[in-house]
Design a binder for this molecule. Sequence first.
Ligand SMILES: C[S@@+](CC[C@H](N)C(=O)[O-])C[C@H]1O[C@@H](n2cnc3c(N)ncnc32)[C@H](O)[C@@H]1O
Length: 330
Amino acid sequence: MTATIHLEKHFPVLLNELVSIISPLYGGTFIDCTFGAGGYSKKILEETSNSVIALDRDSSVKGSALQLYSKYKQRFKFYNIKFSDLDQIKSDNIRGIIFDLGYSLSQISDLDRGISFKSKGILDMRMGLNDFSCDKVISKMSQQNLYKIFKYFGEEKYAKPISKKIEQLRKNKKIKTENLVEIIESIKKNKRGKHVATKIFQALRIFVNNEVSELINGLIKAYNILPIGSVMAVVTFHSIEDKIVKYFFKEYSETKNSSRYLPKSSSNKKYFNVTKRKPITPSFNEIRINHPSRSGKLRFAFKIEDGCNFKNFIEKFSYLREIENLNFDD
Ligand SMILES: C[S@@+](CC[C@H](N)C(=O)[O-])C[C@H]1O[C@@H](n2cnc3c(N)ncnc32)[C@H](O)[C@@H]1O
C-alpha cells in the first residue's frame, strides 16, 4: 500500500524532465509563463549564465518573485500579467518558453478563493486579473448556459440535472461553495477515486478564468516571440488543456499530404520539430511524494520555421471559445 504525503508547499511538477528538455546549462533567457511558487524559475537561475522573465496573473506571488529578485537581481524579472499578453515581453536570446498550467498549492489551499470544493463560503475561483467571479456565474447565468459550461468544460454526464437544481435552489438562497457540493452530491453517486464535484469545479474554473482562450492565445504568442531553434514546453493537468496543446504541436509538425504527385502547399510546412509524440508523465515516485502531480502531462517542441498563421488551430477550438463567450444576459 502506498501512503499519500500531504504537502505544505508547492512542489514543481516534472521538474527534472523539464530541465532535461530545455537544457538551461547552455545559457540564455527563459520565459516562465506561470511563475507560481517559482520552482521552475529558481532551478533555471541556478545556472549563472541564465536569465528568467516570469509572469503570473496572480498578484499574491509577488512576494516569492521579490525573493528571487533580491538574490538574482537583473537576471530575474517578474510581470503580473496574463500569458495571453506575452507579446508585451521583449527580449533577445530567448532559449525557451515554459507553461505549467493549473493551480499552485497556495491557490488551492487558500479556502477564501473557493477554488477547491473543500472551501466554504462565497464561490470565487478567480486566479487574478479576472472580469467576474464564480458567484456571478452561479447566481446569474441561465440554466441552459450553465448546462453548456458543465458539459463542455467539465465533460460532466449530469450537467443537465445539476444545472436545473442550481436554477431551482438559487430562487430562495445564495448558493455558496458548500451548497454547490451538496447539490452535486445529491445527484451523483459517490464512487471511489475522484470526488463527485471535481468535474463541475473544473468547468467553473475554466470559465471564470477564460482558460481556453488564455491557452490558445498564449501558445500562439509564445510561438511568435520564440526564435527558431528554441523550445516550448507545456505541462497540462486536464484533458481539455492537453487536447489543445497536443493538437497545436501535432498539427504544425507533421507533413500531412505527403504524396510526391501533389504540389507542396504552405499548409504542409513544418513549424515545429516534435521529438517525442507521447507526453511525459510523472514517475511513480513523484506521484507518491506529490499526489497532485498525478495528472500532469509534459509536451514540448522546437520551433523550426517562422510564419505560421494557426488558422486550423483557431478554428478547431472555436466551439470551446464560444462557450467561454457565453453571455450573462442570454
Ligand atoms: C501550477 S502553478 C505554477 C507552479 C510553478 N511552475 C512552480 O514551480 O512553482 C500555475 C501558476 O500559473 C498561473 N497562471 C495560470 N494561468 C495563467 C495565465 N493565463 N497567465 C499568467 N499566469 C497564469 C497561476 O496563477 C499559478 O500561479
